[in-house]
Design a protein around this ligand. Structure first.
Ligand SMILES: C[S@@+](CC[C@H](N)C(=O)[O-])C[C@H]1O[C@@H](n2cnc3c(N)ncnc32)[C@H](O)[C@@H]1O
Length: 222
């Protein structure tokens, strides 16, 4: 179901299941009851003023004022003893880590995806993506821990300039949630996390601020 959040009552489990919401995640998350999501996986703006060759840019990528309120709101929305997995820009790790820790998260792992191509080449040939595994409370250990080095799958970026492959997100969902769980992605872009949640038998709550990418995610999820 696709809705504008102003018209949406998010207070019951059924009304926040399988929802793609158009809005600023800080506002939308404040409408949620606390401790309602089982797992958050998100790929926020990296704070690098990104512009691809065709001129596509990312909302929020040139300012960091959203960082602390957004991660505080994600922490509130997550159940106790659960995880947030957040991609981040490696050269802004200090800002991200400060926001995560202030929100109440504890870093408990770091995942690196090895690419077969360089996304940039300067002092190094930049061939990895990265995310932190962050705990709210003391979640249980998985029976079979996922390796913290994962193969990268290129999405092609047709729907979004930073589009992640569903194949990158699915193992995370399988490792850190159970069938039927509610997976939250407050910076959902083209809706990759929601697609991965659907394909693995979970429910999703995805939020996107940009008109353009919300429309693309809506079409993809429909
Ligand atoms: C790095 S992209 C996510 C791409 C996504 N992983 C995918 O596969 O398409 C980050 C997204 O966050 C959105 N965004 C930025 N600030 C936001 C906010 N305050 N609330 C909700 N979405 C926001 C941007 O428009 C952008 O689409």
């Amino acid at each position: 179901m696709l809705v504008a959040y102003e018209n949406q009552n998010l207070s019951s489990p059924s009304t926040r299941s399988n929802q793609l919401i158009h809005g600023d995640c800080i506002d939308v998350l404040s409408q949620l009851p606390s401790a309602c999501a089982d797992l958050a996986i998100t790929d926020p703006p990296y704070l690098v003023n990104y512009r691809d060759r065709s001129g596509r840019t990312i909302l929020g990528d040139n300012q960091s004022d959203w960082l602390k309120p957004a991660f505080a709101a994600i922490h509130r929305a997550l159940k106790n003893d659960s995880f947030l997995i957040s991609f981040y820009g490696w050269n802004k790790v200090d800002l991200f880590m400060d926001a995560w820790k202030r929100a109440g998260f504890t870093p408990v792992g770091h995942i690196v995806w090895q690419k077969r191509y360089a996304s940039n080449s300067r002092f190094l040939s930049y061939t990895h993506e990265q995310a932190y595994l962050l705990a709210k409370g003391r979640p249980p250990l998985p029976d079979t821990p996922l390796s913290d080095v994962q193969p990268w799958h290129y999405s092609g970026n047709a729907l979004h300039p930073n589009q992640k492959s569903v194949r990158v997100i699915e193992p995370l969902i399988q490792s850190f949630s159970r069938p039927g769980d509610l997976i939250l992605d407050p910076f959902c872009g083209s809706g990759t996390t929601a697609v991965a949640a659907k394909q693995t038998g979970r429910r999703y709550l995805a939020i996107e601020k940009s008109d353009e990418y919300h429309a693309i995610a809506a079409k993809r999820l429909a």
